[in-house]
Design a protein around this ligand. Sequence first.
Ligand SMILES: *Cc1c(COP(=O)(O)O)cnc(C)c1O
Length: 394
Amino acid sequence: MRVPLLDLSDQYRALESPIRAQLDEILANQQFILGPKGAAFEEAIRAYCGSPNAIGVSSGTDALLAILMALEIGPGDAVITSSYSFFATAGCIARVGATPILIDIDPETCNISPSALERYLNESCRRGEDGFLREPQGKILRAIVPVHLYGLCCDMDAIQRIAERFELEVIEDAAQAIGAEYPFGGASAKAGAMGEVGYFSFYPTKNLGAAGDAGMVICQDDALAERLRACRQHGMERRYYHNFIGGNFRLDEMQAAILGVKLPFLDGWSAARRGVADVYREEFQRLGLTNQLSLPPEPYRDRGLTNHHIYHQYVIRTSQRDALREHLARKEIGSAIYYPLGLHQQKCFAYLGYHDGDFPETERAARETLALPIYPELSREAQRYVAESIAEFF
Ligand SMILES: *Cc1c(COP(=O)(O)O)cnc(C)c1O
């Protein structure tokens, strides 16, 4: 039996006619950029996330780039993020000329460790006479980018408390976590809507995927939203008058329209993904595999939230990861490693001066994590085959 890591064909078949109708309408009207579809989708995301502002952009990467540019973060500044994330998170910080500061992960969730973050700020950083908080090289600490990896929110109560104490902006990387909830201050809050500003990616393989690249920023502050709207058009507020430098970070109408068709189904898909995770757990328990494998944690499961996890990825851990992956490939089962290196181990970041061993939990995760097939339509039969193939390996 062939079980791909992800298969989007059933989803497309179910939505083919409304998607095609949207595209026909746009082709008939010939309005491709910043039109009614983009505005309607921004409004839908705003309502869905309970955030005062939503700004459509061209990708998740461009969302973070635009946010950093709009906040005037650049040379001389430092921005903290997790050492275990997709490259874009740290790449954008470096691209605006700021210094990425990496913090190790919590071994349970693979999200940034609040205690490691607090220790770094307490022990390595100093507030100078000028009132700025500086890291050891003298760069001014401006913001934290917590990444809600695999669709599970970071410990945002702890992160917000630390951010407030050290006066840092919180920019949530919710690229993998649209709709995920966190018991924030005892109430339910959505990923991206807890910090000053947050962003989503609609890369085709994300839980809400476009037919190409697309992204969205959500933010609390209206003035920042206005600045982001200008930023996505080269910093242009009035036509051809540029008060600051932005870029072309616009969301196009076709992507917005397709995403608008899909958004009403997102919570149902996330529920189906949780169902897949439940089946994996049952199967692994039935086959007695829970000593060999660590299963994904669900720290917010019993906190009265619906989307306590949206399972963008279903990631297990085992010390025999590479051999298991080869075995699964022989069984025609897709799997993936997110990610094989910590960000501090990427060649392009050698100039940051980090070394192997600096972030032990990140490095262990990079050796042990394995993503298994997960998507809403994945059949129980396919899951049983995956679980039995893993049992056969062990
Ligand atoms: C996908 C992703 C991004 C970047 O989004 P793109 O739309 O691909 O540019 C950023 N951060 C994380 C954690 C991601 O998974």
